[in-house]
Design a protein around this ligand. Structure first.
Ligand code: 6PG
Length: 248
């Protein structure tokens, strides 16, 4: 696995750097005459990425050559402001033209146990396979202050070992039901990008990248795409403690 850590001064520059990477990937897939399969996360940081992509890169790639999936979803109706799909729809899909059939949302309005099966089958239908698991060209992850990523929370580390494509989980504080792709699927991707910004992430970033005690208890520390590349795109605030430690 190749790992790249890049620090940018502002959240905008983090989002812009990721957008450039995605443009390259989508154009490469087009040249190779295949679709690009991209899985996106929820939360505030990806929202900025969607906005930058739509506002500044809408003409830079053929976005209709992308199939869009979600890394995770809150089990709420798609019109809920809590919905990860809603964030992407409002800030990306309503600005760039994407065929409806290319959007593969997790149906938060469904019963979670049935949706886990339905969504796993939809992923498999539209993505190639490697090592028996779906192969995403890109997985975009956020990082929670508690070290969660996707909707894999501390205590759910087994989801990096178990063999289903996706699982039902629960937010530890709110009890909100979630569906998340598994750690095995994340680690099967060709490229995984952590998009992390803000001072409130500095400690957890340093624990993981600085290989501090307790890091293995943090699900995000288990993201390691064995046959792919892992990118940490950070703003200066999120990287502040890590940079200080690296400087000695
Ligand atoms: C979710 C996300 C989650 C998110 C992190 C970071 O559904 O909430 O998938 O994993 O990426 O919590 O969120 P922020 O970028 O908002 O800090």
């Amino acid at each position: 696995m190749k790992m790249v850590i890049k620090v940018f001064e502002t959240p905008f520059e983090v989002a812009e750097a990721l957008a450039l990477e995605i443009v390259d990937t989508v154009n490469r897939c087009k040249r190779e005459k295949r679709i690009a399969a991209i899985a996106v996360s929820g939360g505030k940081t990806p929202l900025l990425f969607f906005t930058v992509l739509a506002d500044h890169f809408s003409g830079a790639a053929d976005w209709s050559n992308v199939h869009y999936f979600w890394v995770d979803e809150r089990m709420v109706p798609s019109v809920s402001p809590e919905s990860n799909y809603m964030i992407a729809d409002q800030h990306l899909f309503q600005k760039i033209s994407v065929p409806e059939e290319n959007i593969h949302r997790i149906m938060g309005e469904n019963d979670p146990s049935g949706e886990v099966i339905r969504y796993a089958s939809e992923i498999r239908k539209y993505t190639p396979e490697r090592n028996g698991y779906p192969l995403f060209d890109v997985v975009i992850l956020g990082l929670g202050e508690d070290g969660h990523t996707a909707s894999i929370f501390p205590g759910d580390e087994k989801l990096f070992r178990l063999r289903q494509v996706c699982y039902e989980t629960m937010h530890p504080q709110t009890g909100q039901k979630r569906i998340t792709i598994s750690g095995r699927v994340i680690n099967n991707a060709a490229a995984v990008y952590f998009l992390v910004a803000g001072k409130n992430k500095a400690t957890v970033v340093n624990t993981i990248l600085g290989e501090k005690p307790g890091r293995r208890l943090l699900p995000a520390s288990r993201v390691s795409p064995s046959a792919g590349s892992l990118y940490w795109f950070l703003d200066g605030e999120a990287a502040s403690e890590y940079r200080k430690n690296e400087a000695g």
